[in-house]
Design a protein around this ligand. Structure first.
Ligand code: PEP
Ligand code: CO
Length: 451
């Protein structure tokens, strides 16, 4: 018998990856406060994004989703947010120019704080403490007090998400959101080996804008060129926090998650009977599902039946992260099962999470393997006659040394130089732009191949 959904109905299901809060009173207090706060995003924005994602599913747009693996309180600064925003704009320009597809920009930003972990405890020199679960839950430092789950961190995360969104909205509607600004080279790009290629492309974009101006279409007054749409997303992992931010869309009476435009279910929490699936089932937001190597095709279709019984377009994005060596074997059965089911989905490629290795004591990802999974993903879609409509990456505008390879990456020996991530290794600005250029060639071929 189907249960009746409510923001709290997930509590009747198995909730994995949740912290244990010792002080129940403090938890209730924090959640009551968050429950009284304003929504961070709004129903009309969510509907706009859903319509955009439906376009991407049909091959008329492309989803670019990226940002930190884990946002942190320590790295929170306007410069970091500006650099990430600018990099996403620049990548979008590279992709749009080559593919002639509109690029939908979604940040792993303004709320990407909670992390699933493979073990409950972390052990160091015989001492075992609760694992770090992201700044919204506990502290990254290996100390007993800091590792206790602290409900007041949710209040700080909300405040940081609100301030981040405030800045993102200003960028999107201000100079940073203008196409001619995206074509302006940045410190990150100037320092990278893609600088020459980027400047060449930027000159062509400028030329196109000048041509439009000569035709009487002043780019400064065209809203499509003067501003941009920028959306936020994160893994909806910490269910009490997400529940406290459920709001109702007045006119339509639908519940929606107001913590971000796009919410996804992680690979570890997409199992049948999961509290995360139950929670997201009742929200109006577009939903992502991470599909790792253990994804069973029949199970996936049942998940789609649960999360999108009405086959609403733009509702579901399947984010596959299968690993560079396995994508060509594991992706076709998923595509075929979904196609047979008739569910409309947007297929997006996360080439990061299936390609993490340990080198020199650090978690890293070789650039070649990331690129290889991207190529495999598009090759499979071309062979199946389906559409690879998006990419999902972990990246930062900063010059970090976390992923190896690419023409600007770290080698295994200098990973320690600027290894700052709070969780998984990110592409640095130079690697991200390089990936955008390589992806733009692949995408261009894919679009041409579709005829
Ligand atoms: C992530 O996106 O940071 C993540 C944990 O991914 P996955 O659920 O695919 O492992
Ligand atoms: Co990650």
């Amino acid at each position: 018998m189907a249960n009746i959904w409510s923001p709290a109905s997930w509590r009747q299901f198995e909730a994995r990856q949740q912290p244990v809060y010792r002080d129940r009173g403090a938890l209730a207090d924090a959640l009551a406060q968050i429950g009284s706060f304003p929504p961070l995003v709004f129903p009309n924005e969510i509907s706009d994004l859903k319509a955009d994602l439906a376009e991407a599913a049909d091959g008329r747009a492309f989803l670019l989703q990226g940002g930190d693996c884990a946002e942190s309180f320590a790295e929170f600064s306007p410069d970091n947010i500006r650099d990430t925003f600018q990099l996403i704009m620049q990548m979008a320009m590279v992709l749009a120019f080559a593919s002639k597809l509109r690029v939908i920009k979604v940040g792993r930003l303004a709320g990407q704080f909670a992390k699933p972990r493979s073990t409950e405890l972390e052990e160091k020199e015989g001492v075992a403490l609760p694992a770090y679960r992201g700044d919204i839950i506990n502290d990254i430092g290996f100390a007993p007090t800091g590792r206790q789950a602290d409900p007041s961190r949710m209040l700080r995360a909300y405040a940081q998400a609100a301030a981040t969104l405030n800045l993102l909205r200003a960028f999107a509607s201000g100079a940073q959101g203008r196409m001619d600004q995206a074509a302006t080279s940045s410190r990150i790009i100037d320092a990278s080996p893609s600088a020459g290629r980027f400047r060449e492309l930027a000159a062509r974009v400028d030329e196109a804008l000048d041509f439009l101006a000569a035709c009487g279409l002043d780019p400064a007054s065209a809203p499509q060129l003067r501003t941009t749409s920028f959306y936020t997303s994160h893994e909806a992992l910490l269910l009490p926090y997400e529940e406290a931010l459920v709001r109702s869309d007045g006119p339509r009476g639908r519940a929606y998650g107001s913590s971000a435009h796009f919410l996804w279910i992680g690979d570890r929490t997409r199992f049948e009977g999961s509290a995360h699936v139950e929670f997201l089932r009742g929200l109006d937001n577009p939903i992502g599902i991470k599909c790792g190597p253990s994804t069973n095709p029949d199970m996936l279709v049942r998940l789609l039946d649960t999360l999108n019984p009405g086959h609403e377009r733009g509702r579901i994005t399947l984010i596959t992260r299968l690993g560079h060596g396995d994508v060509e074997r594991l992706l076709p059965p998923l595509i075929r099962a979904v196609r047979l089911s008739g569910h409309p989905v947007l297929w997006s490629c996360d080439p990061m999470h299936g390609n993490t290795i340990k080198a020199n004591g650090y978690k890293t990802r070789p650039f070649d393997r990331i690129l290889d999974e991207v190529r495999g993903f598009f090759a499979v879609h071309a062979a199946e006659g389906t559409i690879g409509g998006g990419i999902h990456i972990e990246m930062t505008g900063q010059d970090v040394t976390e992923c190896t390879g690419g023409t600007w990456g770290a080698s295994e020996h200098n990973l320690g130089d600027r290894y700052h991530t709070h969780c998984d290794p990110r592409l640095n600005g130079g690697q991200a732009i390089e990936l955008a250029f390589l992806l733009s060639e692949i995408l261009n071929d894919a679009v041409k191949g579709r005829g």
